[in-house]
Design a protein around this ligand. Structure first.
Ligand code: GTR
Length: 672
């Protein structure tokens, strides 16, 4: 008996030991074994994120922006997330606003249905946005959700998503019972009280989160392959969710209630992976937050701790590009790692949050990725994380990269939101991040400049701002010459100029004022002759089209509102012939280096008759065959073109295209 007892205890002890060991150090999932023992983490060395395409070390930020960043981003596309999906136009199918009190804060609640693409049956997403009414323009946190907008809030009148949702019972349809169940992850009242807006949409609107989700995702409507033989660098769910975040951003940027310079993308867990990828791909996001995004998010893949590439790509083969799965158990051969993803956010503020019990997401691996991303902020003379020591529990550390490890489980909790709001308060105050432009990449800076542009076109004729240079106005001589530098022969009457037609369409007029970047305002009226054809030739290179396009259904790159032959308008905003119309254009010229290589692209945002028609169209070289430096060229124009080459400054030309178009109130406001 005694012996037996001893034997039993010994055996029990051995069992208990083995069991504890298994539980403590590993969890068996499929063929892969998951490690939770820090001492069993293999040695690894991370790829150098500062290495450019020719393996040269990046020493300055312009080199980073021009060469290394695009190269590193491409690696992430090729090996992890799949190639980025080109944007489409976003049409607003409905936009309902109500005013409501949440706690002490009066908010404007906006529910919008956005259609992605112009095709009749293009897919839609429902976006729910809250902004504090007291703010002229509110900074907004944007977050995708798992179960539909109705689950995120306690408002009872939010439509229940009809798209696929994750559910334990396998029903995969949201019901009334889901209302508000995730409201603690989307603290509307708290964030409004802190002066922030909150926006959300359901990830399933873009890609249902299951293995076969691709077939019913929006990818088909975007012309992407959804059947067999998907290329190994094709985007999966994460790439599609990130793309969706950018389309919602397209819309947010058009709202007068939203501060376009302070839109923050945030995500929890798999949606944290998507938030990081969205922030990497789209520099219009002013700040990026990952909450417990783990493997394939903020955590280093080379650390064999918690979830691994082998496990994740097996359980969720639809999340990444299929190439990633080939690196299971050979992570060391991956040409990139997740620190490069974090580095893509630089020099913008980034916040990485972990939770103590969320070992599956490898908190230490998330912290170490932030440490390894730090050097990119340093290129901008900014401190990233600024420490190599993991902080104590529940303490936030860092400079431009914030980090905390919260006690508790895998979740998105009030504690996390407190840190996010505090971090945004200090990092996104208008006067801190955007005060000095010189640490911001050119393209990012341009986007910020564009975001601010919301001209008021409601009343015509418009009043020029005090600092405008008036080219055509009442009681002033038009500041234009003919193509040969002599006086113009266009009719001038009561501040209205009318194009004098020429047989070869070369009687354009050339402004005597030149500029590099500018806001351009022009009021015009088309005539029935020659389709009302005319245009604003900016620098003589890029033409904002004027054309009788009223009522045209299938608008093209040659219709009014287009950047001629570059980009068709987002919507047809043309008014009928005989009505006064108005363009407001923010033009940022391309920048070229000494040997004429492009440093940053030119970019245009344009409003036509109260509608946004161009939202960041980019260009480097003129595409129109009609540019005046080629067609009807004169000695005067050669000189103008030479000045443009040397100084980057050029004129505005009003085009003769055989139609007696009228112009009034034409002015420019220099931005340079
Ligand atoms: C887990 C997955 C993680 C994490 C999480 C989530 O099952 O393994 O990578 O993202 O889901 O999204 O909740």
């Amino acid at each position: 008996m005694k012996k037996n007892y001893v034997f039993f205890t010994q055996r029990t002890l051995i069992y208990a030991f083995v069991l504890t060991f298994i539980l403590k150090t590993s969890l068996s999932l499929g063929q892969s074994t998951v490690n939770y023992d820090e001492s069993a983490v293999r040695n690894y060395s991370l790829p150098n994120v500062l290495l450019g395409p020719n393996t040269e070390q990046t020493l300055c930020r312009s080199d980073w922006e021009k060469n290394t960043r695009p190269y590193q981003l491409k690696l992430l596309e090729k090996f992890v997330y799949g190639c980025r999906i080109p944007p489409v136009e976003v049409a607003v199918l409905s936009e309902k606003r109500i005013e409501k009190k949440y706690g002490d804060t009066t908010a404007v609640r906006i529910q919008a249905t956005l259609q992605m693409g112009t095709a009749k049956n293009a897919p839609t997403t429902d976006v729910l946005l809250y902004v504090p009414k007291s703010k002229k323009r509110a900074p907004v946190f944007l977050k995708l959700n798992f179960l539909g907008n109705q689950a995120e809030v306690t408002d009872e009148d939010i439509a229940i998503t009809t798209n696929w949702i994750i559910s334990k019972d396998g029903n995969n349809h949201a019901t009334e019972a889901s209302r508000g169940t995730k409201a603690y992850r989307f603290p509307v009242q708290f964030m409004l009280g802190r002066g922030y807006g909150l926006a959300t949409a359901h990830c399933g609107d873009f890609f249902p989160d299951h293995k076969d989700g691709r077939a019913t995702s929006i990818l088909g409507s975007l012309g992407r392959p959804i059947g067999q033989n998907i290329p190994d660098d094709e985007s999966g769910a994460i790439g599609t969710w990130a793309w969706g975040l950018s389309r919602i951003l397209d819309w947010l940027l058009t709202l007068p209630e939203v501060d376009p310079n302070r839109i923050i993308v945030v995500g929890h867990s798999r949606l944290g992976k998507a938030a990081l990828w969205a922030g990497a791909c789209d520099q219009r996001f002013a700040m990026v937050i990952s909450n417990e995004s783990g493997c394939g998010g903020a955590a280093l893949s080379r650390r064999n701790y918690g979830e691994t590439i082998g496990v994740i790509t097996k359980r969720f083969p639809h999340w990444f590009c299929s190439k990633l799965s080939t690196f299971a158990n050979r992570e060391n051969e991956l040409p990139c790692d997740q620190h490069s993803l974090l580095a893509m956010v630089a020099p913008r503020p980034l916040y990485v949050a972990s939770a103590q019990n969320d070992r599956w997401a490898d908190p230490k691996g998330e912290f170490l990725a932030a440490v390894a991303a730090d050097p990119v902020w340093q290129l901008y003379n900014l401190l990233g994380l600024g420490t190599r020591e993991m902080p104590l529990l529940d303490a936030s550390v860092g400079e431009m990269i914030g980090y905390h490890i919260r006690s508790g489980n895998h979740d998105l909790l009030q504690f996390d939101w407190n840190q996010f709001a505090d971090f945004a308060d200090t990092k996104l105050e208008k006067d801190t991040v955007f005060k000095s432009n010189d640490h911001i990449p050119l393209d990012l800076r341009n986007n910020q400049i564009l975001n601010d542009f919301h001209p008021d076109q409601r009343v015509l004729p418009a009043h020029p701002p005090a600092d405008a240079v008036i080219l055509v106005g009442r009681d002033i001589k038009p500041k234009f010459t003919a193509m040969n530098g002599g006086p113009i022969d266009w009719a001038v009457e009561d501040g209205v100029l009318t194009a004098t037609r020429s047989a070869r369409h070369i009687n354009h007029i050339v402004s005597t004022e030149i500029f590099q970047d500018a806001d351009i305002h022009a009021e015009f009226m088309t005539s029935p002759i020659a389709h009302g054809n005319s245009g604003l030739y900016i620098h003589g290179h890029y033409e904002m089209q004027i054309y009788d396009s009223f009522g045209v259904k299938q608008i093209t790159q040659q219709d009014e509102g287009s950047l001629y032959r570059f980009k068709k308008p987002l919507v047809n905003a043309a008014r009928p012939t005989g009505d006064w119309q108005v363009y407001d254009i923010r033009f940022i010229a391309p920048r070229k280096g000494e040997d004429h290589q492009i440093l940053s692209q030119g970019i245009v945002k344009a409003w036509l008759n109260g509608k946004l028609v161009q939202n960041g169209a980019t260009f480097t070289e003129p595409r129109s065959p009609y540019i005046p430096y080629k067609h009807g060229v004169t000695a005067h124009l050669k000189q103008v073109e030479q000045t443009l080459k040397e100084t980057g400054q050029g004129p505005l030309l009003l085009q003769d295209h055989g139609s007696p178009t009228k112009f009034r109130n034409v002015w420019i406001k220099r931005l340079d």
